[in-house]
Design a protein around this ligand. Structure first.
Ligand SMILES: Cc1ncc(COP(=O)(O)O)c(C=O)c1O
Length: 386
């Protein structure tokens, strides 16, 4: 199956293990498995924190999508990210991370791992030389999202991999905003890819999960060690929902991207919009890098309106089709204000350092009809400026 195109592999990417021939991996709501003898399981499964057929199917699919030999699934994207940090870092190590990270990833590094004796330097990921300048003898990990949440910076993954490897460090990429249909960091040279499956892979806003994939056996073993010891595993039901979503990732993503293009065109043309952040725009700082390493530009857009926080509040209130909510990657379009919603835990200094103005608006463009989305946005902007 590996030689087939993504659209074929996504439908057939896990082994079918069900004894009755079920096409989809059933929800094995089960904690323990019968042994054939004290030294031999009956069918390879022994205890559900260790492995469950439903989760194994998800891990096989994720590994296939990302081009990784090994994959481990977790109860959330954050649990997966935490496993990457535990697997790659020890006390005294140094991390070079993007100045613009999902807020909880930022907090995990600056609060939790700082307490374990890990130091961090924030850099703009759009500048590979800044990554090189920040490298130290003790740097064990270079870590960033691409595109970044929420201002859609794009880092050059292949160039960052060279810099990390020159310094004997690993490069880990959070691929949540792109999804493996649009970008495969391992193929570009990253050592680890991590993703919130809650978003595009699940695609229907009905489950929380995360996963890590790698071709590095040592890192894979460490991640599996953390998965089993810390026990942050997804439930079989959530695995089932995510596997179901993964089978339609490419068709949804194509439509997400096409819709996003239409919305970006409308935003750029709107007289009240002062800034549009979208890697597909030729004016985007790293458009050329995005064009090289992504198959399309995704469906996350950020923008700024004239006016102040009240204008943004009025804009959000004026939307009808698009819902004011956190998260992204579902079939329904969402709008949010990062400074007071997803990134509310960041201090005003951290928000400024991450380049997140309080008036920034983030859109996750869904799969509704593009004309309805554009009309909704244009109508809400007009109402906010009436
Ligand atoms: C880029 C990115 N990484 C990781 C996460 C965390 O994922 P989860 O909510 O599944 O823990 C998020 C959540 O929004 C995210 O946007």
């Amino acid at each position: 199956m590996d030689d087939h195109r993504f659209e074929t592999r996504e439908v057939h990417s896990h082994e079918r293990r069900d004894p009755f021939g079920a096409l989809m991996p059933p929800i094995y709501a089960n904690s323990t498995y019968e042994y054939a003898s004290p030294t031999e399981t009956k069918a390879g499964f022994r205890y559900s924190r260790d492995a469950v057929p439903t989760r194994t199917a998800l891990e096989e699919s994720f590994a296939n999508f990302e081009g990784g030999e090994h994959a481990s699934a977790f109860a959330s994207g954050m649990a997966a990210i935490d496993a990457v940090f535990t697997a790659t870092l020890s006390a005294g190590d140094h991390v070079v991370a993007a100045e613009n990270l999902y807020a909880e990833t930022h907090d995990l590094l600056t609060d939790v791992y700082a307490d374990y004796g890990v130091e961090m330097t924030h850099v703009p990921v759009t500048d590979t030389e800044a990554i090189r300048d920040a490298m130290r003898e003790e740097t064990a990990l270079v870590y960033f999202e691409s595109p970044t949440n929420p201002v859609l910076n794009v880092g050059d993954i292949a160039a960052a991999a060279d810099v990390a490897h020159d310094g004997d460090a690993a490069l880990a990429i959070d691929n949540t905003f792109a999804s493996p249909y649009l970008q495969r960091p391992l193929e570009l040279g990253a050592d680890v890819v991590v993703e919130s499956l809650t978003k595009y892979q699940c695609g229907h806003s009905d489950a929380i999960a995360g996963a890590v994939a790698t071709n590095d056996t040592e890192i894979a073993e460490d991640v599996e060690y953390v998965q089993y010891r810390r026990g942050g595993i997804p439930s079989p039901f959530d695995c089932f929902l995510v596997v179901r979503g993964m089978k339609t990732l490419s068709s949804r993503m194509d439509r997400h991207c096409e819709n996003a293009r239409r919305v970006v065109d409308a935003l750029v043309a709107n007289e009240h919009v002062t800034e549009v952040y979208y890697p597909g725009l030729e004016s985007h700082e790293n458009h050329d890098v995005a064009a090289r390493q992504m198959d399309d530009y995704g469906a996350m857009i950020a923008f700024e309106l004239e006016g102040d926080v009240d204008t943004v509040t009025e804009f959000a209130a004026g939307l009808d089709v698009i819902t004011l909510a956190e998260s992204l990657g579902g079939v329904e379009s969402l709008v949010e204000v990062p400074a007071t919603m997803t990134h509310q835990d960041l201090s005003s200094e951290a928000l400024a350092a991450a380049g997140i103005p309080e008036t920034l608006v983030r859109l996750s463009i869904g799969t509704e009809h593009h004309a309805d989305l554009v009309a909704d946005i244009e109508g809400a902007i007009a109402a906010a400026f009436e």
